[in-house]
Design a protein. Structure first.
Length: 114
């Protein structure tokens, strides 16, 4: 019986040779499924395609579909806290937290120039 490590190394070493156009098509297909650029990179690495072999970054290929994950996480936090405040109007800590998170969101938008 072969060792597990040797079998896993063989699978990882197999790399697919594809052109830049095929790489862009694959990235756009995954972006249409709603994946972020980080998740797209992970999925491609599992398939044996490494983005470093190509000139373009995944975020550049996605173009207008790309939004920074930091910004998305802050927006989700703000949505969750707004939902909480609707149910619990007298929660002073939550109201203060909402202001703090909104401030973070504003700073991030300014940083990413959105």
């Amino acid at each position: 019986m072969p060792k597990k490590n040797s079998v896993q190394k063989e699978k990882k070493s197999e790399k697919l040779k594809i052109s830049l156009e095929e790489f862009e098509k694959k990235v756009n297909e995954l972006a249409e499924q709603g994946l972020t650029s980080e998740k797209i990179g992970e999925r491609l690495k599992k398939e044996g395609i490494h983005s470093k072999e190509f000139e373009k970054k995944i975020s550049e290929i996605m173009g207008s579909k790309y939004s920074p994950p930091d910004l998305l996480n802050i927006q989700k936090k703000l949505e969750n806290i707004n939902r909480h405040i609707e149910k619990n109007r007298h929660d002073k800590r939550a109201i203060r937290e909402k202001d703090r998170i909104f401030s973070q969101l504003r700073k991030m938008k300014k940083y990413f120039q959105l």
